[in-house]
Structure formats: structure tokens, C-alpha cells
Design a binder for this molecule. Structure first.
Ligand SMILES: Cc1cc2nc3c(=O)[nH]c(=O)nc-3n(C[C@H](O)[C@H](O)[C@H](O)COP(=O)(O)OP(=O)(O)OC[C@H]3O[C@@H](n4cnc5c(N)ncnc54)[C@H](O)[C@@H]3O)c2cc1C
Length: 614
């Protein structure tokens, strides 16, 4: 499994173990992107970040470009500590920063290569004399008095002078580009330095002047008066060469993130079913990671959290540990007095510290229908779509379920909660913005539960077509209008310009996201009583082709962790039961053998004894 960034990229991949020791007390500054490998926008942005890293790889000794994947389990805690709530978040750290430094966020809306590169220059210049990066040359302009005496002087190296306007970054960028090269020193001067400008005969800005070791000076011919052409020209001057050990490579600074890219074995699944393992894993991530990045919730955030918990408690199908947890959370949230909720208290409850028995939806994540063909694809966002589709369908099936809750007054309560959750908490910033735009444009037209189901389906399909063919599109599960003909042939029609038969789509969605289509195979926690059905009941459905790179499964339903049968609600797996039966049969056989053995023996003994008695 490959991650978004690999060791081949000219940047530093940090992990929970290396982050603090790398960015604090460092001789260089750091520019760090906290990303999440499931976040579609992070996936799109990764190509820009790599181009940036390549562009400034020679600056690494003074400012290093790096990344950290907050989606990796072992990095959750450190991302929380550094206050990361949205992805991607870019932070920079000054050189020699103290251990308490949590980084300064980069707030600019424009994150294109040139803008970020110029921000890097600003970061370097914002250092004081005390914390100046050890190997960073002077970036301030030189005056005429500094430079004029050098004209006509012999020297060992070339001196390149970039004369430019005050707001130009070219001079500083060229200085940093040549950082790792010996044989040339680059300096900059401003166009306002009239004596220098006149002495050199500069007519346009920026211009490059070269003082040769033999005391002559010239304006070299470069194709364009731009950073790239200046730097490339200087690097090819005779005697100018990369400093020994100066090959810029991430390897020197790189500390491999533990577990990065470790691949799990593939779980076979049926794309015609919906898996509780995905829902539980999604809720695990949502409660323990996404929301846990907030130290506390208050005001609007707290009310959105309460609404979300109530919604899941009331509509999650079939009871079971998820519903028990959500009910416990909901009751507890309602009983809260204060206006501010310290999130650690939620974690305590979720981690069962408050002794709410049997209500924790397992630990860790286990994607099944939401598995991606490689790390960083699908997973959490897939489970979130799935959860909300299920909730819309459940709301239509149980229209009274939300009575006496805030949602009873709204025409589309599930979508309203989803809209507010995505806008406020969903880590992928861009996704939240797009979803909010769509909701603002059309959510008020949704008047009843059926329209609610269809609105979400349509919106999801719009996102699918927008993302089709982009980097976040998993090649094994390409984004396309859904459901395809193989899943629902009657959903498709070509009549009067329409592509879908919406009535049939509605019927299909109600079935697909209905409680009876939930599979507990690979489930993390035992299903609720209402979720359990006789083992053979769904066998036929399960025998549809499995998705993904594996042969058909054809496994039975009502499967517990590891695919076992949940018997008598006691959590015995099918293997446990088979072993019991086997042991039972073996002990019966042994007892019977012993019985016959002694019976024959006693008969013989009696026969032997009887003639003597006679
Ligand atoms: C609210 C929201 C907004 C998002 N916006 C963006 C964005 O702007 N940019 C971005 O890069 N990523 C966005 N994402 C993530 C993106 O939509 C996918 O979730 C992610 O790329 C994973 O894709 P996937 O292949 O698992 O399929 P997903 O799109 O996550 O779908 C999950 C499953 O739902 C089913 N499904 C597919 N289409 C439909 C449908 N129309 N109706 C019902 N069920 C369906 C399929 O079984 C599919 O496997 C968003 C996610 C969410 C939850």
C-alpha cells in the first residue's frame, strides 16, 4: 500500500515519534503540512505540495518542507496536540523554536507553489538575529556603499548581484537556490540604489550582474529575467559546484513514520450489501479522532454534536452497541448543566470509563465495503456518506422516531444535521464548502422523508461526477453515477431525456440502505438482537459476486468478529462452536470405548473365575 507521499519525494515525512524532535530546537525552519490521507482535497493538493518540495529542495538546510498524515492511528494524538481540526493545515516553525511551540498556521487562501514559496522567504526573514537559521545567508539587500568597492576587485569566487524592485522575491529566491553551491555568492540590491544602478548600467529590474574572479563584471545573457533562468545560469558557471554532502535529499532528515503504508489483508465483501464494520469504524474515527481534535465544544458546536448523537441514537438500525453508546451519550448530554463540554469527558464515556457497560463500538477501524485499494483511499468519507444514507432511509421507515427531538420540526432533519456536521466538523475543508453550497442552493426544497433520501443520493452523485478521474478516485472503485445497472437495472431508463427512474431509485435505496441489507460480517462489536437473523436467511444475497481483488465469499450472515456466528448472544464464534461439538463427540467416543473395554474385560474375568469356583 502506497501513501500519498513516499520516500522518493524530496520532502520529510514526519510521524508522531519524529515531529517534535524535528521541528523544535532545530537549526532550520520548517514548513509542515498536516494532511489526512482520506481527505479528497489533500489528495488533490499533494501534487502541488510535491512540486513545491521539488522547487525548493535546495533550501532544505534552512527551511524544510514536510508532511504528517493525521489519518494514521499512531498520529491521532499528536495532531490533536497540535490543534489540527481541518485538512490540510499548513503550519510553520521558526528555527530554534522551543518545545512548547505548536507552530504558526499559514492562513493564506492561495496555496499555490509561488505563493507558498514566497511565504517561505518571508518566514526566513522574520527570524531575529538570535534565532536565525544556522545556514541561512543574509537575505536583506546590500547598499551601494557595500557593493561598489567590490567592482574591479579580484576574488576567489564569483559574486552575483540581483538588482530588483523592493517587492520582488527573485533575489532572495536565487540566494536560497544557490545555498548548496560553492564558487558563487549571491547578493541583492534594490533599484533605489542609484549609484550602484548607474555604475552597473542597469536599465530594467530584476537584472543579474556578475563580478568575475578576474575583476571584470558583466551582465550575463539569460533568456528571461526570472528566478529560474538566473539560478540555472549561475549553477553552470565554471568552478561553481554543489557543496560536498550538499545533495539535497530528504533521506538525511528523513525518519520513516512507523507503520506508514503497512498494508492490511484484503477483506472480501459484497458491494450489494452495507457493512456495520464500516459504520462502526466511521463512528470510531468521528468520535475519537475528528471531534477529539476539539478540546471543548460550546454554543453552536455543542448543539450540533447533541443533534448528531440524538439522530444516530434514534435512527441507527437494529439496536446493538452503537445505539447503546449513542443513547448513553445522548442522555448524558441532555443532563449536562454547563454550556461548555470538555471533550475529554466524551472520550471517557466512549472509552467506557464511566462504566456504561457493553456500549463501546469496539476499538480501532476495520473497513470492509469502504476499503480502498491502497492506504489513503476511501475509508472515513465513504463511511460517513453510508451512515447518512442509512439515516435518511431509516427516517422514512420510522417517521415518528424523531418526535420530541429538535428534528421533529424540520422537513429534512437528517440532512440538516448532516449539513451542520459537515460544515462544522468534517476535516476536509473544501468538501465542507462544496456541500454547504449545495445545501444552501437546494435543501429548502426537500419537504418529506422520501425527497430527503433522493436529495442525498443526487448530491452524492454530483460529488461522484465532480471527483471522477481525480487523484482521490480509487481505480478499483471508480466514481460513477450510482447505482450502476449491475446493482439496479430498473433504476435506469432513457425516457423524455431523463436518465433515471426516480421511483425505482427510491425503492432501491430503501432496500439497499435498509436494516435488512446490513451485513455484520467483520463487525467490530456484536450486533443487537434485532440485527440477528437465522444464519441461512441471507445466504443467497451474500452469494453475489464479491467486490475487490478476491474470489467470492458466500459467507453466512449474522457473523461476528472474524466471521464467526454469534450464538446465544454470548459471543461464541463458529470456530468455538465447532470445537465444542468436536470435543463433545470425541469424549463420547472415548467414554463408549472405555465402557465396552471394561464390559468385555469383566465378562472374560467372570468366565475365567467361574470354572475355579466350580
Ligand atoms: C459530505 C461529503 C462531501 C464530500 N465532498 C468532497 C469534495 O468536495 N471533494 C473531494 O475530493 N472529496 C469529497 N468527499 C469525499 C468523497 O466524496 C468520497 O467520499 C471519497 O473520495 C471516498 O470515495 P469512495 O470511492 O469510497 O466512494 P464514496 O463516494 O465515499 O461512496 C461510498 C459508497 O456509497 C455508495 N454510493 C456511491 N454513490 C452513491 C449515491 N449517489 N447515493 C447513494 N450511495 C452512493 C457506494 O456504495 C460507495 O461505495 C466528500 C465526502 C462527504 C461525506
Amino acid at each position: 500500500a502506497a501513501s500519498l507521499y513516499t520516500d522518493e519525494d524530496p520532502l520529510v515525512i514526519l510521524s508522531s515519534g519524529s515531529l517534535r524532535s524535528s521541528v523544535t530546537n532545530s537549526s532550520s525552519a520548517w514548513l509542515l503540512q498536516f494532511f489526512s490521507s482520506w481527505c479528497g482535497h489533500c489528495i488533490q493538493y499533494s501534487s502541488t505540495w510535491k512540486v513545491l518540495a521539488e522547487d525548493v529542495k535546495d533550501w532544505q538546510a534552512v527551511i524544510a518542507v514536510s508532511v504528517l498524515d493525521c489519518a494514521q492511528e499512531e498520529n491521532h494524538e499528536i495532531c490533536r496536540e497540535f490543534g489540527i481540526q481541518l485538512f490540510p493545515t499548513i503550519k510553520f516553525f521558526h528555527a530554534h523554536s522551543p518545545e512548547t511551540d505548536r507552530g504558526t498556521p499559514f492562513r493564506g487562501a492561495n496555496r499555490q507553489v509561488q505563493t507558498v514559496r514566497q511565504v517561505m522567504v518571508d518566514i526566513l526573514q522574520n527570524h531575529t538575529k538570535l534565532d536565525w537559521p544556522d545556514r541561512c545567508p543574509r537575505l536583506e539587500p546590500y547598499s551601494s556603499e557595500d557593493l561598489l568597492p567590490r567592482l574591479g576587485q579580484r576574488s576567489e569566487d564569483y559574486t552575483a548581484i540581483v538588482v530588483e524592485e523592493p517587492d520582488s522575491y527573485v533575489g532572495r529566491e536565487v540566494i536560497l537556490d544557490l545555498l548548496m553551491f560553492s564558487g558563487v555568492q549571491v547578493k541583492r540590491a534594490l533599484s533605489s540604489e542609484r549609484p550602484l544602478v548607474e555604475a552597473l548600467g542597469v536599465t530594467s529590474f530584476p537584472s543579474l550582474y556578475l563580478l568575475h574572479p578576474n575583476s571584470t563584471h558583466t551582465e550575463p545573457r539569460v533568456e528571461k529575467k526570472q528566478r529560474f533562468f538566473f539560478s540555472s545560469f549561475l549553477k553552470t558557471l565554471p568552478g561553481v559546484q554543489r557543496k560536498a554532502g550538499g545533495r539535497s535529499s530528504a533521506a538525511g532528515l528523513q525518519e520513516a513514520a512507523p507503520g506508514r503504508g503497512a498494508s492490511e489483508s484484503w477483506r472480501r465483501f459484497d458491494s450489494a450489501k452495507v457493512y456495520t464494520a464500516d459504520l462502526e469504524s466511521g463512528l470510531h474515527y468521528l468520535l475519537r479522532v475528528e471531534l477529539a481534535s476539539h478540546d471543548y465544544l460550546e454554543g453552536e458546536e455543542l448543539s450540533i454534536f447533541k443533534d448528531f448523537v440524538t439522530l444516530v441514537a434514534k435512527l441507527y438500525p437494529g439496536g446493538g452497541s452503537v445505539v447503546r453508546l449513542m443513547e448513553a451519550l445522548s442522555d448524558w448530554l441532555l443532563s449536562l448543566q454547563g454550556r461548555r463540554l470538555v471533550y475529554q469527558n466524551v472520550l471517557d464515556l466512549v472509552d467506557n470509563k464511566m462504566r456504561v457497560r457493553q456500549c463501546v463500538p469496539g476499538g480501532g477501524v476495520r473497513w470492509v465495503g469502504c476499503q480502498g485499494s491502497r492506504a489513503g483511499l476511501r475509508g472515513y468519507p465513504c463511511s460517513l456518506w453510508t451512515l447518512f444514507h442509512i439515516l435518511t432511509v431509516q427516517h422514512a421507515a420510522k417517521p415518528t422516531a424523531l418526535e420530541n427531538t429538535g428534528g421533529s420540526r424540520e422537513a429534512a432533519p437528517v440532512l440538516q444535521v448532516m449539513r451542520r456536521y459537515i460544515r462544522t466538523f468534517f476535516g476536509c475543508q473544501e468538501c465542507g464548502r462544496h456541500f454547504e453550497q449545495a445545501a444552501a442552493a437546494g435543501l429548502d426544497q426537500v419537504q418529506n422523508p422520501d425527497q430527503q433520501i433522493l436529495w442525498l443520493w443526487e448530491q452524492h452523485n454530483r460529488v461522484n461526477s465532480r471527483l471522477s478521474g481525480t487523484l482521490s478516485d480509487d481505480p478499483l472503485f471508480p466514481k460513477a453515477p450510482w447505482p450502476g445497472p449491475a446493482l439496479c437495472a430498473t433504476c435506469h431508463e432513457e425516457k423524455n431525456g431523463a436518465r433515471w427512474n426516480r421511483d425505482n431509485v427510491l425503492v432501491f435505496l430503501r432496500r439497499h440502505y435498509g436494516a435488512s441489507n446490513l451485513s455484520h460480517r467483520h463487525a467490530i462489536s456484536p450486533p443487537g438482537p434485532a440485527q440477528l437473523r437465522p444464519a441461512g436467511q441471507e445466504q443467497n444475497q451474500e452469494q453475489q459476486p464479491d467486490s475487490g481483488p478476491g474470489p467470492q465469499s458466500g459467507q453466512q450472515e449474522a457473523a461476528g468478529p472474524g466471521g464467526g456466528l454469534w450464538v446465544l448472544g454470548l459471543g461464541f464464534s463458529a470456530t468455538d462452536m465447532s470445537l465444542c461439538v468436536l470435543l463433545y463427540v470425541c469424549s463420547c467416543l472415548v467414554l463408549m470405548l472405555l465402557f465396552f473395554f471394561f464390559k468385555v474385560k469383566s465378562k472374560r474375568w467372570r468366565r475365567r473365575k467361574s470354572p475355579l469356583q466350580v
